[in-house]
Design a protein around this ligand. Structure first.
Ligand SMILES: CC(C)(COP(=O)(O)OP(=O)(O)OC[C@H]1O[C@@H](n2cnc3c(N)ncnc32)[C@H](O)[C@@H]1OP(=O)(O)O)[C@@H](O)C(=O)NCCC(=O)NCCS
Length: 185
């Protein structure tokens, strides 16, 4: 499969069919051992409940939701939490960056990150923050794309089948991009 095998877009409304497909992506990631807020086994009901909440946030303009689609349906996603305290209007939190195992290691994760940064800029955001499993696949991706590592919190969460996992915080100053702080490598 090459890059043209999937396409990216921002959803401004999320229908039930898309919610079901996003639930499948989330369940696949949890089954694969990703520490993304849920324990294994994640039931379709719980996953759908989660995405319905996201859909409400999208409808309210509080969240930006990006999705990737391949010939089987939705295969990747990432979100920006746009709604922040009134003294942080320039910040968004990047969250739930998920790529189905069938679509990994083809550059989709990197493409989703770049699209999320572009969407953040369009929304007037200049500072992005995220946290992820320390030394995981995603941490490598973020560092490759030029995100700044802040620090680690050992034992922050659990892996889906149990056992502690640390988290690492990263930030990205979009205001500095194009002035020597762009993507590396
Ligand atoms: C982290 C995650 C989003 C990355 O998605 P992805 O689509 O595989 O990301 P990419 O394809 O851009 O990069 C992944 C790897 O594939 C490599 N790659 C990219 N394109 C490639 C290609 N055409 N051929 C071979 N390898 C390629 C990248 O160099 C990278 O290598 P590395 O792991 O050695 O650093 C995905 O693994 C995932 O969903 N994990 C579970 C959920 C999770 O942990 N999310 C993070 C929450 S913060």
């Amino acid at each position: 499969m090459n890059r043209s095998a999937w396409s990216l877009r921002r959803l401004l409304a999320v229908d039930e069919g898309q919610i079901a497909q996003l639930a499948d992506v989330l369940i696949d990631c949890v089954e694969g051992g990703a520490s993304v807020s849920f324990m294994h086994p994640l039931t379709p009901e719980r996953a759908i409940e989660f995405w319905r909440g996201v859909a409400r946030g999208v409808a309210a303009g509080e969240r930006a939701l990006l999705v990737a689609e391949d010939s089987h349906g939705l295969c990747g996603t990432v979100q920006l939490a746009l709604k922040q305290p009134e003294n942080q209007p320039h910040r968004a939190d990047l969250a739930k960056m998920l790529v189905h195992r069938r679509a990994r290691r083809q550059g989709l994760g990197a493409a989703l990150m770049r699209a999320a940064e572009e969407t953040a800029r369009e929304c007037g955001k200049t500072l992005l923050v995220l946290d992820t499993v320390t030394s995981g696949d995603a941490a490598r991706l973020y560092e490759r794309l030029g995100w700044e590592r802040v620090g680690d919190i050992p034992g922050y969460a659990l892996f889906p089948r149990g056992g502690p996992c640390g988290t690492t915080y990263y930030y990205r100053n979009l205001g500095l991009m194009g002035r020597g702080n762009g993507a590396r490598g």
